[in-house]
Design a protein around this ligand. Structure first.
Ligand SMILES: [Zn+2]
Length: 220
């Protein structure tokens, strides 16, 4: 691979070219010597060679890789927390809307932050306990590529964004909770895409292991 890269780079060789120029030398009555690029009667023509050295140039080939999928920073502050159900989890990640969701156990009241920038398109903030919506309280953010991230089971009254608001990575959305179809305090994080058949869960990856230490560099 390295060899291929080096070959592709092709260090352009040092090019030496010469340029010729004709000058005319004449001497006046006082013995002063004049040199000009214009001919005057009696002048002596001579040719000079100008050496021109070009600097070596590094030619870097354009990378020919497919565009990398977006990798989500962990959407909470604090931790480390534990992944309790992953994609295709048999407990509840079995239908098309939640197949690739991940559940992360965390204490109620953990700050939930946007993992990707976009526009808030739906929220629920009033549900108590199990309530009648399996999602509990949630925030749905539509990203610029049309995909949507949903942060579910949030604490009642904790949602701090409104529909139509733009959020950037790291902006607070609410606090984690245990509302809706939730068997213990956790965040259900899912990325979906609208299709003719409705919203479907699509695979995604975090940019670090879920159980990793908080990334203090990111302020998490
Ligand atoms: Zn879940």
């Amino acid at each position: 691979m390295l060899m291929r890269f080096l070959l592709c780079c092709g260090l352009a060789t040092v090019a030496v070219s010469t340029q010729a120029m004709t000058l005319y030398k004449s001497v006046d009555a006082n013995g002063l010597v004049f040199i000009s690029d214009r001919y005057t009667p009696g002048a002596l023509a001579f040719v000079i060679q100008e050496r021109k050295v070009e600097r070596p140039m590094l030619v870097v080939p354009k990378p020919n890789r497919p565009q990398q999928a977006y990798r989500y920073p962990l959407p909470w502050r604090g931790g480390p927390f534990r992944l309790t159900q992953g994609p295709n989890g048999t407990f509840s990640h079995t239908d098309s809307k939640s197949r690739y969701a991940m559940d992360i156990a965390m204490p109620e009241g953990t700050p939930i932050i946007a993992a990707r920038s976009g526009m808030v398109v739906k929220t629920e903030n009033e549900q108590v306990g199990r309530g009648n919506d399996a999602s509990g309280n949630f925030v749905r953010v539509r990203h610029d590529d049309g995909s949507e991230a949903v942060y579910l089971h949030l604490k009642q009254g904790s949602v701090s964004v409104r529909v139509g608001q733009r959020v950037a990575v790291g902006n607070p959305l609410g606090l984690s909770g245990n509302t809706g179809n939730s068997s213990g305090p956790h965040l259900h994080f899912v990325v979906q895409r609208a299709t003719e058949a409705g919203l479907v869960s699509i695979p995604y990856e975090f940019n670090q292991p879920v159980g990793a230490l908080p990334n203090f560099a990111l302020g998490n």
